[in-house]
Design a protein around this ligand. Structure first.
Ligand SMILES: Cc1cc2nc3c(=O)[nH]c(=O)nc-3n(C[C@H](O)[C@H](O)[C@H](O)COP(=O)(O)OP(=O)(O)OC[C@H]3O[C@@H](n4cnc5c(N)ncnc54)[C@H](O)[C@@H]3O)c2cc1C
Length: 374
């Protein structure tokens, strides 16, 4: 029933606007309260704070269905839930949760946002994060810059990974996640990035110039930031895997529909074995990816370790989506290369998925470490 409800909403409200949002490089902000009303913005937020409080598998299904409708909108919804709301819900104290979660879960105050990546590096957070937060009296004073931050222009607060201990010996305990209200003086949000795909989703660079926030805005205690960020990314990767499954499913459906209609050499191209095999492979790969994603979500829901499974699901689903979208364009021939058909946009959207929330190479490192050395 949940899948059907999200599918119907996505088909009616989102899919019909996907091409326009892509062309304008703008999220239709009118969708935010509608998504909030359906529970799509409170997937990771407990009901006590106004969220939908759905299980992890249902959350993955919602992102998959949104991905089927529009990659950009789905990315913003995935980042909102997994990156913006999750760390507040999981690591925030009562006051932080009460202040931020109800408005985020309905979309009333905007979308959630997490700032980890910096211009100098995204994969290597421990080596790459230069944004410093220094405690002066009862305030953190933050200076630095962040890059490629989803939703921040629509967000009331950005969860920001800062270096809080400059001692090189501090290692993985040198960082903290700090809640920075986006209207804080000194926080500059740069113009939106001009992207290849997921263009409905706003992405911005940020600069922090003597940004002061209260000492109590840190999540839990100083020094926990890297651990919290990695835990957040585990969940985020299930979401990106689910989004990739949705994108691939949409591309597959377009290709299958076209292949049944298009005639060449006296029969529908679906009757040519080369085309049939491409679509049979696509259907099989989509199903395999879907089960990897659902298994990782299920493990998360059980409270069992799922870092490796989330990385496997993300790696397999995102690389699968790229291939399926590539083949869908092949099936459509020149029309596949045209903006007249959605596979061109879906292909551009899918391209991001092997990069954001940890590249394929980083997923392989995570998996390799666990299958070889643990
Ligand atoms: C549209 C979009 C939205 C995004 N949203 C957010 C967001 O909301 N919040 C946020 O914090 N970030 C966000 N990002 C940033 C994204 O997560 C990073 O770009 C990504 O993690 C990769 O980091 P990087 O670009 O710095 O690449 P780099 O880390 O510089 O890597 C470059 C290349 O080197 C490879 N590489 C790096 N280290 C190794 C290694 N040890 N072994 C093998 N290969 C390696 C990488 O796989 C990659 O191929 C977003 C990015 C995009 C494009």
């Amino acid at each position: 029933m949940w899948r059907q409800a999200v599918h119907e909403f996505a088909a009616k409200e989102v899919r019909s606007k996907a091409a326009e949002m892509d062309a304008n490089a703008r999220l239709d902000e009118g969708l935010i309260p509608k998504m909030g009303a359906l529970g799509l913005l409170g997937l990771n937020v407990p009901e006590a704070y106004g969220g939908a409080g759905v299980d992890a598998l249902s959350a993955a299904i919602a992102i998959e269905e949104m991905g089927w409708a529009c990659g950009g909108t789905a990315l913003s919804v995935a980042a909102h839930n997994s990156l913006g709301c999750f760390p507040i819900a999981a690591f925030g104290n009562e006051e932080q949760k009460k202040r931020w979660l109800p408005g985020l879960a309905t979309g009333e105050t905007g979308l959630g946002s997490l700032a980890l990546t910096e211009p100098g590096g995204g994969s290597d957070l421990l080596g790459g994060v230069r944004t410093r937060a220094v405690l002066e009296g009862d305030e953190w004073v933050i200076n630095g810059s962040k890059a490629w931050i989803t939703n921040v222009s629509l967000a009331p607060v950005v969860v920001t990974l800062c270096r809080t201990d400059p001692d090189p010996e501090a290692g993985s305990r040198s960082m903290s996640l700090i809640l920075v209200p986006t209207d804080t003086p000194g926080l500059h949000i740069h113009p939106p990035e001009k992207k290849m795909g997921v263009r409905a989703s706003p992405t911005h660079a940020l600069t922090f110039e003597d940004v002061c926030v209260p000492r109590e805005n840190v999540l839990q205690e100083p020094g926990r930031g890297l651990y919290q960020a990695l835990q957040t990314l585990d969940g985020g990767r299930v979401g990106i895997g689910a989004l990739a499954v949705g994108l691939a499913q949409a591309a597959f459906e377009e290709a299958a529909r076209y292949a049944r209609q298009r005639q060449a050499f006296g029969k529908p191209i679906a009757r040519h074995q080369a085309i049939q095999f491409m679509l049979a492979d696509a259907a099989t790969q989509i199903e395999a990816a879907r089960f990897l994603v659902y298994r990782a979500a299920w493990l998360k829901e059980q409270g069992l370790p799922y870092t490796k499974e989330a990385a496997m699901a993300k790696l397999f689903a995102t690389e699968m989506a790229e291939k399926v979208c590539r083949d869908a364009i092949q099936v459509l021939g020149s029309y596949g290369y045209s903006q007249e058909y959605p596979v061109e946009r879906i292909y551009r959207d899918a391209r991001l998925m092997t990069i954001g929330e940890g590249t394929s190479e980083i997923q392989r490192l995570v998996i390799g470490r666990r299958v070889l050395f643990e």
